[in-house]
Design a protein around this ligand. Sequence first.
Ligand code: SF4
Length: 174
Amino acid sequence: MTKSKAKISIVVDEPKGFCPIGERVGNQNKNERKIPVISCEGACIRGEIARLAAHLVAKEEPYRRSCHGEMFTVPTSAIAGWMKEAPKVVVIDGCFLHCHGRILKNLTNEDKIAQFDALSVYKKYTDIFDIDDIPEEDRKRVARQVADKVLADLKQGKAAEEPAAACGCGGCSE
Ligand code: SF4
């Protein structure tokens, strides 16, 4: 498969205000020099596991959970300011498509993005879409597995350099 560098774009209406708690948390985390963590927030089980893993990583120092929505669509928000100024940003995408990693690298310095593909860690559930088709305990266990791998890689200074091309069958993500 040939890797394409072509760009696609979307148009976003200007925001009509700011999220009060987002402003407080964004400014606090920027002042405390925390490292923002986002996930792709995808609606399927892959997005859910990435989301849960991001929560777990963000519990550890010096990481904190950030908001992709404000980063992408409220560019003058405190959350966006924090993410733009942070020396590193962690993105846990649900699968090889790297939906948020592909957006983020066009909004901030690509070199500081530590990008992860959660599916490549646990390698299953590829024929399932609905989150509820996987028991909650299993979702939590797999998310812990992903978070532990992300934290270990971050500690060693490792992260996905380039999204891998794959078909999503699970075999390709190995
Ligand atoms: S990275 Fe995968 S799981 Fe996440 S939103 Fe994109 S397609 Fe869905």
